[in-house]
Design a protein around this ligand. Structure first.
Ligand code: ATP
Length: 280
């Protein structure tokens, strides 16, 4: 029996353009994806008895085969003939259905962890190819770099010249289904789409690129998201945006201190989930 414990970080989107709807029902996207240090903790243990057990105990997250971490372990066990099983415990710290990619990160972490535990020797490129069959954001968490993402989110180019930043994540504690957001998205003509810079010298450069095509859909249903964005800027954020399909909003701050003091204030006044986080 061997056990390992791994951190599964979440992400924000500095940019999310929906380019077009594809015949297969997915959308071609263009995103800037950034990992931040709010993490779930995943404990993986090999067992002599075959099979997979997932324990999470977090509201809104299934324990069995419906958990994306279970499916990640299954995908790798099917490629091994070790005859062993895997026990997965998830200590959930990332808000669920929040636009932060928590489930995708858990799946990516299980793929990397089981690959190492069972000494399968799969490369990151091979793990990313398995990952995309589980979820479009899974490859990004194996890539481990700030990325410009194309395709359904799986064609990744590293963006190395992005300044580190302190962000404040604010979640008004309403879950949002990503599928619902895409179903309600009205695509406009995106032919004349702007060029996205590959390098950013300052936080102000980064703030200039902030945009998310999904915001309109989620804000129509939850106007509180617009109010949180405005509040973050009033409280000193250099810029603010909804991440992914929402409802989490992040503000970009100049210092750890300003992010942390805003976090305390908003959590106390409004009861929202607030976390000051560092980019990875
Ligand atoms: P996505 O855009 O991929 O939906 P998200 O951050 O908005 O990302 P997640 O927190 O990943 O949303 O959860 C989406 C759904 O997936 C939830 O409704 C949840 O029930 C289900 N789910 C399955 N496994 C997990 C997991 N390990 N962690 C979180 N949610 C999970």
């Amino acid at each position: 029996m061997t056990t390992i414990q791994l951190k599964a970080p979440c992400k924000v989107n500095y940019r999310l353009d929906v380019l077009r709807r594809r015949p297969d029902g997915y959308h071609d996207l263009r995103m800037i994806m950034q990992r931040v240090d709010l993490c779930d903790t995943i404990t993986l243990t090999t067992t002599a008895i075959p099979g997979i057990r997932v324990t999470c105990g977090s509201a809104g997250v299934p324990d069995g085969p419906d958990n994306i971490a279970w499916r990640a372990a299954d995908a790798l066990l099917q490629r091994s003939n070790s005859g062993r099983g895997i026990e997965i415990t998830i200590d959930k710290k990332i808000p669920v259905a929040a636009g932060l990619g928590g489930g995708s990160s858990d799946a990516a972490t299980v793929l990397m962890g089981v690959n190492s535990l069972l000494e399968l020797g799969l490369s990151d490129v091979e793990l990313m190819a398995i990952g995309v069959t589980l979820g479009a954001d899974v490859p990004f968490f194996i890539f481990k770099n700030t990325a410009l993402a194309g395709g359904i989110g799986d064609l990744l180019t590293p963006l190395d010249a992005v300044p580190p930043a302190w962000l404040l994540l604010v979640n008004p504690r309403v879950p949002v289904s990503t599928a619902w957001v895409y179903q309600n998205l009205e695509l406009t003509n995106r032919e004349a789409i702007s060029i996205i810079p590959r390098s950013y010298e300052s936080i102000q450069d980064l703030c200039a690129v902030l945009a998310n095509d999904l915001e309109g859909v989620t804000i129509r249903r939850y106007p509180i998201i617009r109010e949180i964005k405005e509040l973050l800027v009033r409280e000193g954020a250099a810029g603010a945006l909804m991440s992914g399909s929402g409802p989490t909003v992040f503000g970009i701050f100049e210092s750890e201190e300003s992010a942390r003091s805003c976090s305390k204030k908003l959590a106390a006044e409004y009861g929202w989930f607030c976390a000051a986080v560092k980019t990875l």
